[in-house]
Write a protein that binds this ligand. Structure first.
Ligand code: GLY
Ligand code: MN
Ligand code: MN
Length: 437
């Protein structure tokens, strides 16, 4: 299951249809990053280039030139080099860029200084994500100066830069059917991984051992990386929202909060589950858990076409505030507490975010300062939580150090929504039943 070449071609075509006449778009690959001396971090392609081509290699550049007679899609990439390929692996070469990635024309990257100024020359506008890669910004400036320097012989440099990502990001926000298929699969794999962690959990294991179970399932299922650093926080570590040390021992009687999702075929999943290390919720843990679960259910009810993005967030705030009042953790009138944002002491993040090729995916949340409304093909996470700091002396001791978050991935459909991460249980009795097997 992969994104097909014709889908990439359709994306490029749509982007080119949005570009004004006589313009060029330039998209560079991400640089490789050194981890230690001469070894690199595993390579992550620039997502804009992935989205528009699927081209996986570093040291590549794509130019889109609507209306160019010799072809609109030009790729520069590393040339074939049998000796280097023995050391560093297969390269597509310009031939592969044409045969396998939809380029009309392709050249060795070593020729780009000679060719790209000629492609820029005479264009009115350059669509480019300026400021994201200072090294490539400098190259582009040099090519434009190259055109300027030939002004005397009639060459005209482009007069205007336009933010390319603004256009691409809006396209990425609405997922097509093939994208949703891949995201479903990312959700399924990630859900299985969470089940595996629940099944194996017991007091005395270390947080990193649950991380290992989760990431084993990702990799064994063909998802070659987590979409973000896996969070496995036992007990009070769950109160640290981005806890990624994952090094403590899991204690009997504590909860463990796991926020982990795989990246499958370039698309992210993002799931959080919170469960008792020993398989049985205590009374206090259950009380907090059920509020968060209800808040999530109430939010998912307001995901659907035509509904404002922020309605889900508002639903979680109401349910959590009411729940905390019921447990006497907060005191006062629910509407007044909501107006004062009293929940923020215990629920300090929003209900979710867009999800796609980036875990915190691109796309504006507001248009003209108003929350945008859901459209079919948007994908959001819904992830309410309650975190009671271990040193919060304003609350009864029995609540301190309890942290619960529950997160699922939700696709907006024509008639409502589809939760694509429901393969891992979240009702308390279902979690306890799975952990008892
Ligand atoms: N995993 C990051 C988040 O839930 O937003
Ligand atoms: Mn998450
Ligand atoms: Mn999330």
């Amino acid at each position: 299951m992969m994104i097909a070449n014709k889908e990439y071609a359709a994306r490029r075509k749509e982007l080119m249809s949005l570009m004004q006449g006589n313009s060029i778009a330039i998209i560079a690959s991400a640089p490789e990053k050194i981890r230690s001396r001469d070894t690199h971090y595993s390579y992550k392609q620039n997502v804009t280039l992935s989205y528009l081509s699927g081209f996986p290699e570093p040291e590549s550049v794509m130019a889109l030139i609507p209306g160019r007679e010799q072809g609109e899609v030009v790729i520069f990439c590393r040339d074939k080099d049998p000796l280097r390929e023995i050391w560093d692996g297969y390269r597509e070469g310009p031939g592969g860029a044409v045969a396998n990635f939809g380029a009309d024309d392709a050249f060795p990257i070593s020729d780009i200084d000679d060719i790209l100024p000629g492609l820029l020359e005479g264009k009115d506008r350059v669509y480019y994500a300026i400021g994201k890669d200072p090294d490539f910004d400098a190259h582009l400036t040099a090519w434009i100066n190259d055109v300027r320097s030939q002004r005397g012989s009639g060459a005209l440099p482009p007069g205007e830069f336009v933010d390319l990502d603004h256009f691409v990001n809006e396209m990425r926000l609405i997922k097509t059917a093939p994208e949703i298929k891949v995201m479903r699969k990312a959700g399924e794999i990630s859900a299985r991984a969470h089940c595996r962690a629940m099944e194996i959990s017991r007091p005395g294991l270390f947080e990193y051992q649950l991380q290992a179970e989760i990431e084993h399932e990702f990799m064994a299922s063909g998802a070659r990386a987590p979409a973000y650093s896996s969070i496995v926080g036992g007990g009070k570590n769950g109160c640290v929202l981005h806890y990624i040390e994952n090094r403590d021992k899991l204690e009997d009687g504590d909860l463990v909060l796991i926020d982990a999702g795989c990246e499958f075929e370039d698309y992210a999943a993002d799931i959080t589950r919170t469960f008792p290390v020993n398989g049985k919720f205590s009374e206090a843990q259950a009380a907090i858990y059920d509020i968060v679960l209800q808040a999530q259910a109430d939010a998912i009810k307001v995901i659907g076409p035509g509904i404002e993005y922020n309605k889900a967030n508002e639903a979680t705030i109401r349910t959590i505030t009411q729940g905390l009042v019921d447990l006497e953790i907060l005191e006062g009138d629910v509407d007044e507490l909501i107006a004062e944002e009293a929940h923020r002491e215990f629920y300090m993040h929003g209900a979710g975010h867009w999800l796609g090729m980036d875990v915190h995916d691109v796309g504006d949340y507001k248009i003209d300062n108003k929350w945008r409304v859901h459209e079919p093909g948007m994908v959001v996470t819904i992830e309410p939580g309650i975190y009671i700091a271990p040193d919060n002396t304003n609350v009864d001791e029995k609540w301190r150090g309890i942290a619960v978050r529950i997160e699922d991935d939700v696709v907006v459909t024509k008639i409502g929504n589809e939760v694509i991460t429901s393969g891992v249980p979240k009702a308390r009795d279902q979690i306890e039943a799975l952990m008892a097997t």
